[in-house]
Design a protein around this ligand. Structure first.
Ligand code: SF4
Length: 395
């Protein structure tokens, strides 16, 4: 076992149908699915040497809808992970699985191949809301898939839920949460619906019966309370888990630890560099089939300057309930967190958005709800100061 650890992300850019709110890189044309799986296998083999010194402790196959691939091909990808990387025996291996796209026998095969965590996209337990979201499954399809996953031996299941859905009320949202809790998953992710530019929802934004901001706020706060009382304390802005079931792969992102991403649109943080591949499936396949041209498909590739490292750490760590430990920050960056951000910390503390617990600063639930606004104020406003500080010319 080496000391350096790594997370892997494999992007599967296919879905059975495209949800009108979604801006993830995915499409419904599966014509090139076989060539794409071959391309991913080639890509992983290409990186095996560079990652030889690392132990892989998390693998996340997401999308898109990974379970839209024929099961045999999905299993080949999992075998490819084991063949090319040193995967720890206790590694967390997650596959995203949409309801109504998997059978019990396919789930058994995934479990047998080493997958030990499933993340299931439900969004709502209300069929009318699911239909408005353009989802292809009902709540009953979801419960069938959830129970099938349990029968297949999965003991670590995540359920994705959403608030802010057109037509949703605090009452219907509460019922969704209660119905999910009745199934007893290990982990729940809760996202607010965002109307992303370029999506069909954005084109008809004005006619969507979206809940107002006060209702959204009420849903978020009530969820934090209900889930915490039910044994799922919040550990990140959008994530809640039973003890011992936090998502280790996502924690890598929030803790600024290394990961490699494969596929169009996938991002990596590896060897002090950040890089990402263009969101273009055909390009990705063509470049993989032409050895030696990986650099041609990068949309970004740069060494992370010290100022950006500090800003990223603040932005990512404050997503977590643990927040920022001032001693750890000082050791990591050689500067005091409170000296750097003191005026913001005091202001947001006075208004109930932040609090200090022991040595750590963190958002309160009220602060979590508006964390993007607070973080952009803290980090944008002081970008010059951050750069001087991290370059060693200030503080
Ligand atoms: S299934 Fe998921 S990835 Fe696919 S379109 Fe819907 S939300 Fe997007």
């Amino acid at each position: 076992m080496t000391e350096k650890t790594l997370g892997l992300y494999l992007h599967i850019p296919f879905c059975l149908s495209k949800c009108p709110y979604c801006d993830f890189y995915s499409g419904t044309d599966m014509t090139n699915a076989d060539r794409y799986v071959d391309a991913l296998l080639l890509h992983m083999a290409d990186y095996a040497g560079a990652a030889a010194e690392y132990d892989v402790d998390t693998v996340y196959i997401g999308g898109g809808t990974p379970t839209s691939l024929p099961i045999g091909r999905l299993l080949e990808l999992i075998d490819g992970v084991f063949a090319n990387f040193s995967v720890r025996r206790d590694a967390e291996i997650t596959v995203e699985a949409n309801p109504a796209t998997v059978s019990t026998s396919e789930l058994r095969r995934l479990r047998h191949a080493g997958v030990n965590r499933l993340s299931m996209g439900l969004q709502s337990a209300d069929d009318a809301e699911l239909s408005l979201l353009g989802r292809i499954h009902t709540f009953s399809d979801f419960t069938d898939s959830f129970r099938a996953a349990r029968r297949a031996g999965f003991q670590n299941l995540n359920v994705d839920l959403m608030y802010g859905i057109p037509g949703q009320t605090p009452g219907s949202f509460r019922r969704s949460i209660e119905q999910v809790l009745a199934l007893d998953p290990e982990h729940i992710s809760l996202y607010g619906l965002k109307i992303e530019d370029g999506t069909p929802f954005a084109a008809r934004r004005d006619s969507l019966p979206l809940p107002d901001e006060d209702s959204e706020c009420a849903m978020y706060f009530s969820a934090i309370e209900t889930l915490s009382e039910a044994g799922y304390p919040q550990y990140e802005i959008s994530n809640f888990a039973k003890p011992g079931h936090k998502c280790l792969h996502n924690l890598r992102y929030w803790n600024c630890e290394e990961y490699l991403g494969f596929g169009p649109g996938a991002h990596s943080y590896f060897g002090g560099r950040r890089f990402a591949f263009r969101r273009n499936l055909e390009d990705y396949i063509a470049n993989m089939e032409r050895p030696g041209s990986i650099a041609d498909m990068l949309s970004e590739n740069y060494e992370i300057p010290p100022s950006e490292r500090l800003g990223e750490y603040v932005m990512l760590r404050l997503r977590l309930n643990e927040g920022i430990d001032t001693d750890v920050f000082a050791i990591r960056f050689g500067v005091s967190f409170e000296k750097l951000f003191g005026k913001y910390l005091r202001l947001y503390e006075q208004h109930g958005f932040m609090e200090k617990v022991g040595r750590s600063w963190r958002f309160t639930p009220k602060g979590m709800f508006v964390s993007n606004t607070i973080l952009s104020a803290m980090l944008d406003f002081d970008s010059d100061m951050l750069r001087r500080t991290a370059d060693g010319t200030d503080c």
